[in-house]
Ligand binder design. Structure first.
Ligand code: SF4
Ligand code: SF4
Length: 126
């Protein structure tokens, strides 16, 4: 398992209809982060505050450095984003660049490695 390469594939793939905010995210943004909350509509992500239309890409995905994606709200990002990646199957499907050939060969062992890596961000996958 390699560190995240910041390839942006996960953010791009899940930007539309794939990311959910928790109630505590929504409450916190509404109270303290209006620049984030303005992109929420009926508790869903992400919308253009001017047109109320759903955006095709997360407005906080930053690609100013060539091929390196960063999150402009990293510390306040939605719970879903904090939890990614959850499973090895999901990473394989998403072509996540953290995966090494050995992880694909032994997915059970890779899941244990991933859960250790993610232990500060989410509970272990059951
Ligand atoms: S909030 Fe950040 S981590 Fe989540 S999709 Fe947007 S750029 Fe990616
Ligand atoms: S797909 Fe994997 S390597 Fe790419 S940004 Fe997401 S977590 Fe990082």
């Amino acid at each position: 398992m390699k560190p995240c390469t910041q390839c942006g594939k996960c953010c791009i793939k899940y930007s539309v209809d794939g990311i959910f905010a928790s109630q505590s995210d929504l409450d916190f943004w509404e109270e303290h982060r209006p620049h984030i909350y303005q992109h929420v509509k009926n508790d869903k992500l992400w919308f253009d505050p001017k047109t109320s239309r759903q955006l095709s890409i997360c407005p906080f995905l930053n690609n100013t450095k060539h091929n390196i994606y960063t999150c402009d709200i990293y510390h306040d990002r939605p719970e879903d984003c904090k939890h990614y990646p959850v499973t090895i199957d999901q990473m394989i499907g998403d072509e996540c660049e953290m995966l090494e050939p050995i992880d694909i060969k032994n997915t059970k062992r890779a899941q244990i490695k991933l859960d250790i890596l993610m232990m500060d961000s989410r509970p272990a996958h059951p």
